[in-house]
Design a protein around this ligand. Structure first.
Ligand SMILES: Nc1ncnc2c1ncn2[C@@H]1O[C@H](COP(=O)(O)OP(=O)(O)OP(=O)(O)O)[C@@H](O)[C@H]1O
Length: 306
């Protein structure tokens, strides 16, 4: 199957005021159809440059980029590709509903149920009550929701999202993650950037870690689980801390980090003491793994698995 997105040895240098910045260094990766690929990296890592290259907003780069097998330098390659920037700039004088209509016009999509279809997307992002309000009257979070609805209303085959969850409250983040999961189940591919690792973790099939323009590694959640599987944080309820030394979260609730091998014996003791297990989580977060990768790269700059 042709990948939704391919980067082959892409390098981009910016030259400004006598300074040279290697924004991308020999970056290669692929995103399959129906795959969610999270591109993670700190500020200035090269995430936005990567998006600009794939959308041909930057075209003076080395290497090759393809969208569904067609060079990204060709306008037709972007057919069926929808993009939502971090701070979407929608036409302020238009209403939310008009913004969605514009998307259908731009993609030349004619539907007899045009109004109902657009309203359905506004409803899915919980902004239908704002359908007839102008963009300039909407809050930042609601503009973000309208922008996401504007991207999905055209049924794209690839969705490119720059920090899709920034600016959204917890309910908004959950809504967006649910909608994106559904879009993925229906076969859509997603490339998104993030430095909010918790949210990334929930929807990505794979993560690419970029730092100083270099794609350090790509990892699947399964790889990350195996990297994180040796230590766990156990939270439980009991009348007293089980080993006397566990950290009390609140009255009758405790937390302890345990080695994988110590877990079964701990659970037996907890049951015997009449305690109740609440959660068992890997002790190392994705964020910690990311920093470990960075550290490893800085001490031994050998290339890791791509
Ligand atoms: N137009 C430009 N001219 C000069 N340098 C640029 C330009 N655009 C980006 N850069 C530099 O390229 C590097 C990568 O920038 P990029 O915006 O891709 O990072 P990012 O990962 O998206 O960062 P952030 O998370 O802060 O948005 C940075 O060092 C940035 O300063």
């Amino acid at each position: 199957m042709t990948p939704a997105l391919e980067f082959h040895a892409v390098s981009k240098i910016f030259r400004a005021r006598g300074k040279t910045v290697h924004a991308l260094r020999n970056v290669s990766f692929e995103v399959s159809e129906g795959e969610v690929f999270g591109f993670v990296g700190p500020n200035g890592a090269g995430k936005s440059t990567t998006i600009k290259v794939m959308l041909d907003a930057i075209n003076d780069y080395e290497g090759e980029v393809k969208l569904y097998g067609v060079s990204a330098r060709t306008a037709s390659a972007r057919k069926g590709v929808a993009y939502v920037p971090e701070s979407p700039a929608l036409y302020e004088q238009f209403t939310a509903l008009e913004i969605l209509h514009m998307a259908l016009d731009m993609y030349d999509i004619r539907r007899p149920d045009r109004d109902a279809w657009c309203m359905q997307w506004l409803e899915r992002f919980s902004v239908a009550h704002n359908a007839r309000r102008r963009v300039r009257e909407l809050s930042k979070g609601n503009v973000q929701r309208v922008a996401l609805a504007h991207a999905l209303v055209v049924s794209p085959r690839l969705l490119v999202l720059d920090e899709p969850l920034s600016g959204l409250d917890p309910v908004g983040r959950k809504d967006v993650v649910d909608i994106l999961s559904e879009y993925k189940r229906e076969g859509g591919a997603i490339f998104f950037t993030s430095h909010v690792l918790h949210d990334v973790e929930r929807i990505a099939d794979r993560f690419g870690f970029i730092h100083q323009g270099e794609l350090l590694t790509t990892r699947s959640p399964r790889d990350l689980v195996s990297e994180r599987a040796d230590r766990f944080i156990v939270r439980y309820q009991a009348s007293a801390a089980l080993d006397g030394a566990h950290a009390a979260i609140r009255d009758g609730e405790y937390e302890q980090e345990l080695d994988e091998h110590a877990l079964p014996a701990f659970l037996t003791r907890l049951q015997a003491a009449g305690g109740r297990l609440m959660t068992v989580k890997p002790a190392v977060s994705l964020e910690t793994v990311f920093f470990k990768i960075l550290e490893g790269e800085q001490t031994a700059p050998a290339s890791g698995p791509r």
